[in-house]
Design a binder for this molecule. Structure first.
Ligand code: J2J
Length: 542
């Protein structure tokens, strides 16, 4: 078991096993089993290429042998930053097979995030595409490798330049069959990234047992079968398209995954028509774009049965339009990479589907809604959501001090979300207690950006807050107090953050210079008062 990963007390683990929630299978074994059952049926469609279950399984095996030959070992951490392309699957299943641990990064992450992930996880390898959306990841890899001494190998999907070619390694036939290292289903399978609210994002250890349970149960709720066709429009490494039920749920069901290189209607709509997509997942701003585009496109979207929307609050007004405009059922999904996922059910009344963010997927999910003193609030009142259960982590990786604050002593995760629950157990997300901005589903930890701003010589103090936005839900505004008589412009500060290698979505949408910050009565910066500057001005996203 990977060190520094808090896990479930044995009494809970035994209960989850005895009740058949954790079934003792690893992700690698799951794919091997499907390869036997599904054989030549298509598992993944990527561009013009189609790959069967058998091909995926065999290529993952060959890549796994190559990884072992190169020297990767069980529990080695490998940062995986791949967009929606086939290699994502061969890479993660090869790593699962040898017990190495993928650390998931998002395609928009840049040097600041990747270097931190590599350093914090002490990664020995980093997997990238050659280029994507005009960005050369090989240059980024060089920069990161020069800074991180543990990083020995760079694997590239596409043109490898000076690095290892994934394609070559997946074609390579080992001289003899290599025995896979023993892997237990309660081992950590990978590290997922948290949205974060403190200085740097935390790493979320998910086990084979708990993750397989989460997408197996999601499949039951979302009705996934081997005739399902899942369009991966969001970046597949994100927890939502990965597991709710996402691409892994689709493989579990024996269905077909269709990879979209971008979620834009130009790319996604023709794929829906051509591949007869039945289900897909979007964040709210993309759902708005799809509804806008549907009216003016000739594409036949009639195969689409379910549109899942989650990651950020979906407005009731927009939710009501989904079925009439796109001709499919809406499912709201309120989940988190730490575990708990809530779904509206496909047969729920319309009022429930459009006004709530669903209810926990499992009877085994334990939920509390509490006030600031951790007392339960009455039904219908707003409080912070706490949760524990068979697929919700008991602590972050290497984060002892933070874990003491982020979890209760009896193991409930403090979500930082302010919610209320109705009498039927459905949850409505009402706001946030954590210091985070949710920019259309992209999470920004305020403190992380503030720390970057504070490192600028002209910045005396910085506070990042959300401002309401009709398209993204929220955008970010950095309030800045300049040091002494120094001067700096908003454009200079944004360039500075870009030069520090911050992901583009974390660059503040607006920078506002002020002389002082409003304070709370205990002398802390009042972010509430700062947010109120924008309370009445809903900006129009451009
Ligand atoms: C309001 N806020 C939401 C929703 C997430 C499925 C779906 C989403 C995620 C995800 C996920 C929301 N309405 N419908 O992992 O498996 C906000 C909450 C939550 C945080 C988690 C999945 N759906 N949120 O978004 O780890 O604040 O996971 O705590 O990225 O997103 O973010 P993340």
């Amino acid at each position: 078991m990977l060190m520094h990963c808090p896990t479930w007390p044995e009494e809970f683990a035994a209960r989850y096993r005895a009740n058949g929630l954790w079934q003792g299978q690893t992700l690698g074994e799951m794919l091997a089993e499907r390869a036997v059952q599904q054989g030549d049926r298509i598992a993944v469609v990527s561009g013009e290429s189609r790959y069967s279950y058998l091909e995926l399984d065999q290529q993952a095996n060959r890549l796994a042998s190559s990884f072992l030959e190169i020297g990767l070992k069980p529990e080695d951490r490998v940062v995986v930053q791949l967009p929606n392309r086939y290699e994502f699957f061969t890479v993660i299943f090869a790593l699962f097979r040898i017990g190495a641990i993928p650390v998931f990064a998002l395609p928009l992450h840049r040097q600041s995030e990747i270097q931190y992930l590599c350093e914090w996880s002490e990664a020995v390898a980093y997997v990238i595409p050659d280029q994507e959306a005009g960005f050369d990841y090989r240059v980024l890899a060089e920069q990161v490798q020069s800074q991180v001494p543990t990083l020995q190998h760079i694997f590239v999907a596409g043109e490898p330049a000076a690095f290892h070619s994934l394609q070559r390694l997946s074609e390579h036939q080992s001289p003899s069959h290599i025995a896979w290292p023993p892997i237990k289903s309660n081992d950590v399978a990978f590290l997922q990234l948290s949205g974060g609210s403190t200085g740097l994002p935390k790493l979320i250890p998910r086990t084979h047992d708990d993750y397989i349970y989460s997408f197996r149960r999601s499949n039951e709720i979302c009705g996934l079968t081997e005739s399902s066709v899942y369009l991966a429009a969001l970046p597949v490494a994100h927890n939502f398209p990965l597991s709710s039920p996402g691409v892994l749920g689709t493989l579990y069901a024996g269905g077909k995954i269709v990879l979209a290189s971008s979620p834009s209607p130009d790319i996604a709509f023709p794929l829906i028509e051509k591949e007869h997509v039945t289900i897909t997942a979007l964040v709210p701003p993309l759902a708005l774009i799809w509804m806008e585009a549907a009216a003016s496109r000739a594409n036949d979207l009639s195969s689409l049965q379910v549109l899942q929307v989650g990651g950020a609050k979906f407005s009731e007004e927009a939710a009501r339009r989904v079925e009439p405009v796109l001709g499919c059922k809406l499912q709201q999904v309120y989940g988190m990479a730490e575990g708990l996922v809530n779904y509206t059910r496909l047969d729920d009344p319309e009022a429930t589907i459009v006004t709530t963010q669903g209810r926990p997927m499992s009877d085994w999910d334990e939920i509390r809604i509490v006030d600031e003193e951790d007392n339960d609030v009455p039904v219908g009142e707003v409080g912070e959501l706490l949760t524990r259960g068979p697929y919700t982590i008991r602590g972050y990786y290497r984060a002892e001090a933070h874990n003491a604050k982020a979890f209760t002593v009896d193991g409930f995760y403090r979500t930082g979300d302010l919610v209320k629950m109705n009498s039927e157990g459905y949850i409505v997300v009402d706001g946030r207690a954590k210091d985070q901005i949710n920019r259309g589903g992209d999470k920004i930890a305020a403190e992380e950006v503030e720390n970057h701003l504070l490192s600028h010589a002209s910045v005396f103090d910085a506070a990042l807050v959300s401002m309401p936005d009709s398209f993204l839900g929220e955008r970010s505004c950095a309030f800045i107090i300049v040091r002494g008589q120094m001067t700096v412009s908003a454009a200079e500060l944004k360039d500075y953050l870009r030069a520090r290698g911050l992901a583009p979505y974390k660059i503040p949408d607006r920078i506002q210079f002020v002389d002082t910050f409003p304070q709370t009565n205990v002398g802390k910066v009042s972010k509430k008062a700062l947010r109120e500057v924008f309370a009445t001005t809903v900006t129009n996203g451009t």
